[in-house]
Design a protein around this ligand. Structure first.
Ligand code: ACO
Length: 431
């Protein structure tokens, strides 16, 4: 990496020099790793809004310009021309596969799509109203007990290749089984003759008395959503995967932590929260203006879900594609969803309101995705599970990139302590 002229920090009359790093797209960062040993100061950055934790060659994002690229390829091109499996290969292995590599990669998904039969017993133990994200996290962590893990620090290439496919393929089966559990229906096993997304749809929606008809429009829409969710550099869940993995935790454990982080409504759980919000507005006579006003009111905790982003200060390029995709799919399936109309009204109202304009708040990836899932028949509490299926290749790619870095360190932030200073213990009868 090219090095620029040093940054200077002046503290107590002394000047200290810190190196400046420059990324391949020209972003600059001040390397403060020696700051404390030089000055005894640490930096403070609530929510890591201005802190890089790593160098990464996976995803480039320019939030001001609305640019997103995986391994250099624009997200728009991948969403249109690639498949989810090809994009996953690109993220995990760094380059687009040859046709032979892609064939072998896709084929291996079939070999690893089943769950160990004993694991089916786990599903029996969950309450029938268990949230599928809770089931997903528990089951992914349990995979470590059934399938040999890999040596986090020293995986052989063959072990790593196997675990990538195992995770991606079995997570899809776990997700479909979690849904079947919630419906009280028998599990539908994966099929060898179906590709990744049709196989998932079949496991979700077929039953012993009804074979689900797989529509190409639905497969295409899910493909676009999975590709758009596949990575987003150092977001909350990916940073969690890296932080847990930095302790040399195995890949299953690290991914489980990522799934739990994703569940939160400020992150991947927002897709479910958006539909809750749109349903609420619909029940309230579609009164969009009232909810926009509520979102602006600082004495009210209500926020427009699916709006705003830590790094995008312009329209999220993923939301643009998803919005178009939602309109197309509903038109093709002949569905008239009042929630889509409310979402469009809400967006138009917010984007012309000074509060949202001044703060650069735009729809994010979660704003329109739920409308697509609803049209497909996927229930609300499964939305974040769908996000997790899509995000898996990104989490794996980041874990691997971190493990491959010989200079890797355990993640361990500092703090500014603001608690009591030393005081003497007072025994209970004197308090
Ligand atoms: N509705 C109303 N006001 C908002 C919203 C919103 N959705 N988002 C941000 N703001 C306001 C904040 O109140 C703040 O106002 P202030 O400057 O007057 O205090 C300002 O915009 C900046 O917001 P922050 O919360 O400081 O931004 P931050 O980067 O910390 O948070 C976040 C980003 C969590 C995404 C936030 O915009 C939010 O809560 N959005 C709704 C939840 C959501 O959609 N999450 C999904 C994000 S995409 C993803 O993770 C996959």
């Amino acid at each position: 990496m090219e090095q620029q002229q040093n940054a200077k920090v002046i503290l107590g009359g002394n000047t200290f020099e810190l190196p400046v790093m420059v990324g391949t797209e020209g972003e600059r960062g001040i390397d403060i790793s020696k700051l404390r040993s030089l000055t005894n100061y640490v930096t403070f950055d609530h929510g890591f809004g201005n802190t890089s934790n790593c160098e990464s060659a996976i995803t480039f994002l320019d939030g001001e310009a609305g640019v997103l690229r995986y391994r250099g390829y624009p997200i728009e091109e991948l969403a249109e021309k690639s498949s989810f499996i090809e994009t996953a290969y690109l993220l995990v292995y760094g380059s687009l596969p040859t046709s032979e590599q892609l064939r072998a990669f896709s084929e291996s998904f079939n070999q690893h799509s089943m769950l160990h039969e004993d694991m089916k017993n786990f599903f029996k133990g969950f309450a029938s109203n268990a949230h599928p994200m809770s089931i997903l996290a528990s089951m992914v962590c349990s995979l470590a007990a059934y399938y040999p893990g890999i040596d986090a620090m020293n995986p052989t290439q063959a072990d790593f290749d196997r675990i990538v496919v195992q995770l991606m393929s079995k997570v899809r089966t776990i997700a479909a089984f979690a849904y079947k559990k919630s419906q009280g229906q028998p599990f539908v096993y994966p099929r060898y003759d179906l590709e990744y997304i049709p196989n998932f749809l079949n496991m979700m929606f077929s039953s012993p008395i009804n074979e689900y008809k797989i529509y190409d429009e639905v497969v295409q829409a899910l493909k676009v959503l999975f590709i758009l969710h596949a990575d987003h550099e150092q977001n909350c869940s990916t940073s969690t995967v890296r932080l847990v993995g930095s302790a040399q935790a195995n890949l299953y454990a690290s991914i489980t932590a990522g799934i739990c982080a994703l569940w939160g409504p400020l992150h991947g759980g927002a897709n479910e929260a958006v539909i809750d919000m749109l349903e609420l507005i619909h029940k309230d006579n579609d009164d969009v203006d009232k909810y926009v006003e509520m979102a602006k009111d600082k004495s009210n905790r209500f926020r427009l879900m699916g709006f705003g982003h830590r790094v995008y200060k312009s329209y999220d390029p993923r939301a643009k594609i998803i919005k178009r995709c939602a309109h197309d799919l509903l038109a093709k399936l002949g569905i008239d969803d009042p929630l889509l109309e409310i979402a469009v009204k809400l967006e138009n109202k917010a984007l012309t309101d000074p509060y949202f304009i001044e703060r650069n708040l735009y729809p994010n990836v979660d704003f329109y995705s739920g409308i697509i899932y609803r049209a497909i028949g996927i229930p609300k509490d499964m939305f974040t599970v769908m996000f997790a299926i899509g995000r898996l290749p990104g989490w794996i790619a980041h874990w691997k990139e971190m493990m491959d870095n010989p200079a890797g360190k355990i993640g361990r932030p500092r703090q500014i302590y603001v608690g009591p200073t030393q005081r003497a213990y007072v025994s209970i009868n004197k308090r």
